[in-house]
Design a protein around this ligand. Structure first.
Ligand code: CTP
Length: 419
């Protein structure tokens, strides 16, 4: 039979109180209805890795949507049901998310044989997963609270830091698991076990048939969960850049850009520039060869408007700056509306030092003069204000030492009335 272990004490020690309370709430409803429930997957894995994780994944021997309804009746919150998969997501009033999955079972056919069916169906559900380290299940019913079941030697692999797939067709069935393996190697310093590594190599071409969106979701996690440089190294060691991009650049160039980005990011953050989650797409930019078709190609990895806009911005900047030493005025004409973080990323990509200086200066230039200053100087507000402010911004860009009065002076001299 499977390896068993009692981990209630570890849970009490590691899980934050709110999570333990949540688990108890679920336990009560499950016990009332006599439904075996388990917490599974990432959160159990992270319990042993000493990593905080509050995404509660629950597998139950029963119907997840109706169990979710019982939870909502008892404790409030919102329920989102995915009928087709018999899964549901319960969001508590305090904002915790709980994913509920039905162990795919013949449960209803064998109600009397519950304990036996229970074991075999949970096992079946876990067997479908990606790596053994993600197949640990802990029961949370009161009578068996904290009982960990380890069907596939996940605990051994966890302590040996090995990634092992459960069946040979795993990567064929779901090629994104290759990227997940790369991500776990990066994030937890795990290594694929020999056969798993062999099959990852063998099947990596299949990644080219996966939708961009699914690839993006994994790449986004790869590049946000730790230093992107580490993720890049793992991608390079499997030569995945050739599959992900039409024109990937040399690893040495990519590394250099990402290192520069890490430096810039540190510096610009101290000037108040915010790098949103969307900034991960910059890594796709760094991986691309510096030509317009390649830069245009990375847009297919954008997952939302913010990321799409960044990709568009980079293409615009590229067409304006290609090989040129750009005067600040021209750079700003092309880039004034581009978000600071995206402009910083482009400066890191282009290796053009004057671009970094441009981005730095425009932080000062942007609010050097405000509408309020124009009004105080006697100008009547009107549509022309935006032209005046932009002109002031341009002058400040070219000459950062200009004071507010010096920025106003030419307007006053011209007798501009603002009408
Ligand atoms: N899973 C899988 N194949 C995939 C994606 C996910 O088998 N392509 C399984 C994994 O076993 C995982 C579970 O589904 O444990 C939940 O997936 P997800 O939340 O993406 O992964 P976590 O392991 O929780 O990763 P993280 O902690 O980084 O969120």
């Amino acid at each position: 039979g499977p390896v068993k272990r009692q981990v209630a004490k570890t849970m009490e020690k590691q899980f934050p109180p709110e999570l333990l309370t949540l688990i108890t709430s679920i336990q009560q409803v499950a016990d009332e209805q006599n439904i075996p429930v388990f917490i599974i997957g990432g959160i159990v894995r992270d319990l042993f890795l000493n990593i905080a994780n509050e995404d509660l994944d629950i597998v139950l021997e029963g119907d997840a949507p109706s169990f979710g309804e019982s939870l909502t009746e008892a404790y409030g919150g919102r329920l989102k049901v995915h009928q087709a998969f018999r899964t549901a997501t319960w969001t508590t009033d305090s904002g915790s998310k709980v994913d509920l999955t039905s162990a795919r079972t013949e449960y209803y056919d064998f109600p009397a044989a519950l304990p036996r069916v229970e074991l075999s169906t949970i096992r079946e559900d876990l067997y479908r997963r990606d790596f053994t380290i993600n197949t640990l299940a802990v029961q949370i019913n009161h009578a068996r609270y904290g009982e960990l079941t380890d069907y596939f030697n996940g605990l051994d692999d966890l302590s040996n830091r090995k990634l092992r797939i459960l069946y040979n067709l795993s990567f064929v069935e779901d090629p994104t698991r290759i990227l997940r393996a790369v991500r776990f190697e990066t994030r937890f310093s795990f290594q694929m076990e020999a056969q798993t590594k062999y099959l990852a190599e063998e099947n990596k071409q299949l990644l080219s048939s996966v939708s961009r969106f699914r690839l993006s979701e994994e790449l986004y996690r790869l590049f946000t969960q730790s230093d992107p440089l580490k993720g890049l190294e793992r991608l390079f060691s499997f030569q995945l850049q050739d599959i992900l991009l039409a024109s990937p650049d040399e690893p040495a160039d990519v590394r250099r850009r990402q290192r520069r980005m890490n430096r810039y990011r540190y510096i610009f953050e101290s000037r108040g520039v915010v790098f949103p989650e969307a900034a991960w797409v910059a890594v796709m930019l760094f991986m691309s060869a510096p030509d317009s078709a390649a830069i245009a190609g990375i847009r297919s990895y954008a997952m939302n408007r913010q990321e799409e806009k960044a990709c568009d911005a980079w293409l615009t900047l590229w067409t304006h700056t290609e090989g040129n030493h750009l005067p600040f005025r021209d750079a700003h004409a092309a880039a004034s509306h581009i978000p600071d973080w995206a402009a910083v990323a482009f400066a890191a990509f282009s290796e053009e030092a004057s671009l970094a200086r441009y981005v730095w200066r425009r932080l000062d230039a942007r609010h050097a003069l405000k509408g309020k200053d124009l009004i105080e100087a006697g100008f009547r507000p009107g549509p022309v204000f935006s032209d005046m402010l932009f002109e002031a911004e341009m002058r400040k860009l070219e000459n950062p030492s200009l004071t507010k009065d010096e920025l106003l002076a030419p307007f006053i001299k011209a007798g501009h009335t603002g009408i």
